[in-house]
Every structure is written in structure tokens, then in C-alpha cells.
Design a protein around this ligand. Structure first.
Ligand SMILES: Cc1cc2nc3c(=O)[nH]c(=O)nc-3n(C[C@H](O)[C@H](O)[C@H](O)COP(=O)(O)OP(=O)(O)OC[C@H]3O[C@@H](n4cnc5c(N)ncnc54)[C@H](O)[C@@H]3O)c2cc1C
Length: 312
């Protein structure tokens, strides 16, 4: 990596520093880094943050994803902390069953089960540990990419080492923006987002049970109640998840406070049986980028598409 940003952007005769630069070290970037290093490519990863994201996010992946994680070499690491989900039920406002989406419990055509429940930080740590153990990628945490200069045979990536406030650059044949919903790489590609007109605010809560609560069940439940759409899903071990839509008329000053959350959860659970582990208020979007590649720039993951998790 060069310390100083020079102006001869595309004039270098030397080989690019890397085959692929991955911007963003969330699950998409970490998975891609594993797959590319397995193929012997020289990879660099730039990640703005120091640690994996800690707020509640994904809880479910399918057998096809597990097959990818198997290829990456982390299936056995993940297994003790996965729960095989029996499926999902959709209930109407009267509690009547509308859809029973039971999933087969055994091994399916992917060589894995159809539905796994997981804890996203576990997955991200496993991907990072595997990449580090295998080697072949230079990973730069606390490095924020702010500009890309495209040349005929490479891209120059300009970034800030935010731990030191130092500007520098590196070159790669290709850049993949795995940089999430507000992707910088997407902006450099110039692709627009098609807005599928769903912008909803939800409070997402993970609780840790303090004893057995078999009555909550192993199925995910989509409460399709127009008065308050809500999702319940179980995680591995004693972690349980509720996702609660914010409704017109909710008191803005109280939304997402522990009191507000316990009031919403009261029909299922109280502080006598569980502790709040973590919660977040999200505005979910349903958008898809109109083009995921231009020349040597590509996007993947949330940079390319986002969907609200309600109803899976
Ligand atoms: C409540 C909730 C429930 C969900 N449930 C599911 C589910 O059950 N199953 C499922 O598959 N998905 C689910 N999702 C979606 C899933 O969590 C995301 O799709 C996934 O985290 C996206 O991963 P990513 O790597 O593409 O992006 P991110 O995880 O957002 O990672 C992007 C990374 O890029 C870094 N970055 C951004 N810009 C720069 C830059 N300029 N320079 C350097 N680094 C940068 C960020 O710091 C971040 O670490 C859920 C999401 C939420 C919020």
C-alpha cells in the first residue's frame, strides 16, 4: 500500500496490488473473502468498523447458504450453535392459521437441512476466524474507503485508516462493494435503486430465556394482525426474537424503550422469564439496485438488494 495519494492515477506500469478488493467485512464480504482465497486469489478487505455488528439482525438461513458455508470451511464450527427450524406459521388477527409453511427436518437436496436458525455475530466471527486461519487475505479493520479511481486494468482504492487518520491507497483488478445498504461502491457504479415502496419502522428485540418456555414453540409465527404485525422466531439455545411493527399512534418518546417492549411482549413473556439482550429500531426498505456491475466494480449483499424481514 502506498502512503501518499498521487495524481498519476492510471499511469502505473506495475501489477495491481491485489486481484480483488472487498469493501465491507459483514457476512457478504467475509463469505466472499473466504471463497476467493480458496481459489488462490490475492484479496484485500477494508472494513470501517473495528468489530462485528452487535445489534439484532439475521436469524435464519437455508440449506443452500449452509452449503456455501461448508465450502468456506465453517459448517462444523457453526453446527453446535444452530437450531433446525420446523418452519413458519402465518396467523390472522383472530389467531387462525392462514398458512402452514412446515419445513422438512431432515437432510435435503443441498446435503443440509432446509432451515437453520443462527446468531449473526456467531456467523461473522466464524467467517473471520476461518479467513484468518487460512491466510491469503489482507484484512484492514477501521479503514474506510472513500473513493475509487477506475483505470483500464485496475481500480485504485482510496481509503482512510481511521485509527491513525492516515490517507492511503491500494490497487486491485476488481472491487466488490459488500458495503451494506448505504454502499459507497454502488454510488461509484452509478446504479439507481428501484424502490419497491415498502418503508416500515420495526422494533427488533432479542431476549434470553431464563428457564424452559416450551409453550413459545419452535415454529416462527407471523402475526398478520393489521393492528400490530409482529414476528416471533426462536433462535439457538435460549435466544428468542420478536419483531414488532411501529404503528401510527405509538408514542414516539416511548417506542423501543424497555417499558414499551415489555408491554408489547406481555402476551407471550414477562421479565420474570427472560431478560432483554438487545434491541434496535430499524426502518426496513424494499429496494433493488438496477445493475450490480459496471466494468471492474461490483456490488453484493445489502449493497445490491434489501428486503424487510417480515414474512421472511
Ligand atoms: C432485524 C433484521 C432481521 C434480518 N433477518 C434476516 C434473516 O433472517 N436472514 C437473512 O438472510 N437476512 C436477514 N437480515 C438481513 C441481513 O442481516 C443483512 O442482509 C446482512 O447483514 C447484510 O450483510 P452485508 O455483508 O451485505 O452488509 P452489512 O452486514 O451491512 O455489512 C456491510 C459492512 O460494510 C462496512 N462498510 C460500509 N461502508 C464502508 C466503507 N466505505 N469502507 C469500509 N467499510 C464499509 C460496514 O461497516 C459493514 O461492516 C435481517 C436484517 C435485520 C435488520
Amino acid at each position: 500500500m502506498k502512503d501518499v495519494v498521487d495524481n498519476s492515477v492510471c499511469k502505473s506500469n506495475s501489477e495491481p496490488d491485489y486481484d480483488v478488493a472487498i469493501i465491507g467485512f459483514g457476512p457478504t464480504g467475509a463469505t466472499l473473502a473466504n471463497l476467493l482465497t480458496l481459489r488462490g486469489l490475492k484479496v484485500v478487505v477494508f472494513e470501517r468498523d473495528k468489530d462485528v455488528f452487535q445489534l439484532p439482525r439475521a436469524v435464519h438461513f437455508d440449506g443452500e447458504c449452509m452449503r456455501v458455508f461448508q465450502t468456506a470451511g465453517i459448517a462444523q464450527t457453526l453446527l453446535p450453535n444452530l437450531f433446525v427450524g420446523p418452519g413458519m406459521k402465518f396467523l390472522n388477527a383472530r389467531g387462525e392459521l392462514m398458512i402452514d409453511w412446515t419445513r422438512p427436518g431432515g437432510i435435503g437436496p443441498q446435503g443440509w437441512c432446509a432451515s437453520y436458525k443462527f446468531h449473526q455475530p456467531d456467523l461473522e466471527r466464524a467467517l473471520r476466524a476461518q479467513l484468518s486461519a487460512r491466510g491469503g487475505a489482507d484484512v484492514h479493520l477501521r479503514h474506510e474507503v472513500f473513493a475509487l479511481d477506475e483505470c483500464d486494468d485496475h481500480v485504485r482504492i482510496r481509503f482512510e485508516d481511521t485509527a491513525q487518520g492516515r490517507l492511503a491507497h491500494a490497487t486491485a483488478r476488481y472491487v466488490v462493494g459488500c458495503d451494506g445498504a448505504r454502499s459507497t461502491v454502488r454510488r461509484f457504479i452509478g446504479t439507481e435503486l428501484a424502490d419497491l415502496k415498502s418503508h416500515e419502522r420495526w422494533v427488533v428485540v432479542d431476549v434470553l430465556l431464563e428457564g424452559e418456555r416450551a409453550d413459545l414453540g419452535d415454529y416462527s409465527i407471523q402475526y398478520c394482525d393489521p393492528a400490530r404485525p409482529t414476528t416471533y422466531t426462536r433462535g439457538p439455545h435460549n435466544r428468542r426474537r420478536w419483531e414488532i411493527m411501529v404503528m401510527p399512534g405509538d408514542d414516539e418518546r416511548r417506542i423501543g424503550t424497555p417499558e414499551w417492549i415489555w408491554e408489547r411482549l406481555a402476551r407471550w413473556i414477562t421479565p420474570a422469564h427472560a431478560q432483554l439482550e438487545r434491541s434496535a429500531i430499524y426502518t426496513f426498505h424494499s429496494v433493488i439496485a438496477q445493475g450490480w456491475r459496471r466494468g471492474r466494480l461490483l456490488i453484493a449483499g445489502d449493497a445490491a438488494h434489501q428486503t424487510p424481514p417480515f414474512m421472511g
